[in-house]
Write a protein that binds this ligand. Structure first.
Ligand code: C5P
Length: 222
């Protein structure tokens, strides 16, 4: 398909999810939360008691995932086998399990076409780690969104506090650093900017500033 794609890759906690949702809503484009697919694969694997080193079985789980994304304005609901899994996939534990299954080539391969199917008119905002480097290599605009690990830990801490969860800042920082290392060092589709990506460091930017900047860049490229 030749619908335009804006890819937004970067480490966890850089604000990709929020930014992608807001940009997609502003443009009236579709949204792909590719991390949710890895998180759902990890969740389904636990449900079906698939050992975490059984790559072929995990790839089958990924290939046969029964998932529906329901978008309402700027909120998104995820259904796994018809059940609401929106909050269940957001825990640190599932995030950690997701980054382990995501390191398996057969799992990534199994999710490839499913991700490409999201590319539909009028356009797609694709949020992930390898949107610009692997899944949508011909995207007209590729963004690599970063922020310092300390800032990302601080944001996560705030987010958790608002949700009534009390986590220590230092343990969050450690988890973020461990996840970064695993995502950047894996041999298949490691996290890195595409050669033609524009890197945007959001450490000192507000969410509306980032959304405006991305919309500007799209207009310049459009
Ligand atoms: O972005 P999110 O935190 O939901 O992603 C969870 C995990 O899924 C990441 O840590 C990463 O290992 C994996 N992932 C990936 N490729 C993507 C999106 C997510 O490997 N395109």
């Amino acid at each position: 398909d030749s619908a335009p794609v804006l890819t937004i890759d970067g480490p966890g906690g850089a604000g990709k999810g929020t930014i992608s949702r807001l940009v997609a809503a502003r443009l009236g484009w579709h949204l792909l939360d590719s991390g949710a697919l890895y998180r759902l694969t990890a969740l389904a694997a636990v449900k079906y008691e698939v050992p975490r080193d059984d790559e072929p079985a995990l790839a089958r789980v990924a290939a046969t995932l029964d998932v529906v994304f329901v978008a309402e304005n700027d909120a998104a609901t995820v259904l796994l086998e018809g059940r609401d899994a929106t909050t269940a996939i957001r825990t640190e534990q599932v995030g950690d399990a997701a980054s382990r299954v995501a390191a398996l080539p057969a799992v990534r391969e199994a999710l490839l076409q499913r991700q490409r199917d999201f590319r539909q008119a009028p356009g797609l905002v694709a949020d992930g780690r390898d949107m610009g480097t692997v899944v949508f290599t011909d995207a007209p605009l590729k963004i690599f969104l970063t922020a310092s690990a300390e800032e990302r830990a601080r944001r996560r801490h705030l987010q958790l506090r608002e949700a009534g969860v009390d986590a220590s800042l230092s343990s969050l920082l450690k988890e973020i650093q461990a996840r970064d290392a695993r995502d950047m060092q894996r041999s298949v589709a490691p996290l890195k900017p595409a050669i033609d990506a524009i890197t945007l460091d959001t450490t000192r930017l507000t969410i509306p500033e980032v959304v405006d900047r991305l919309t500007e860049l799209l207009t310049e490229r459009g």
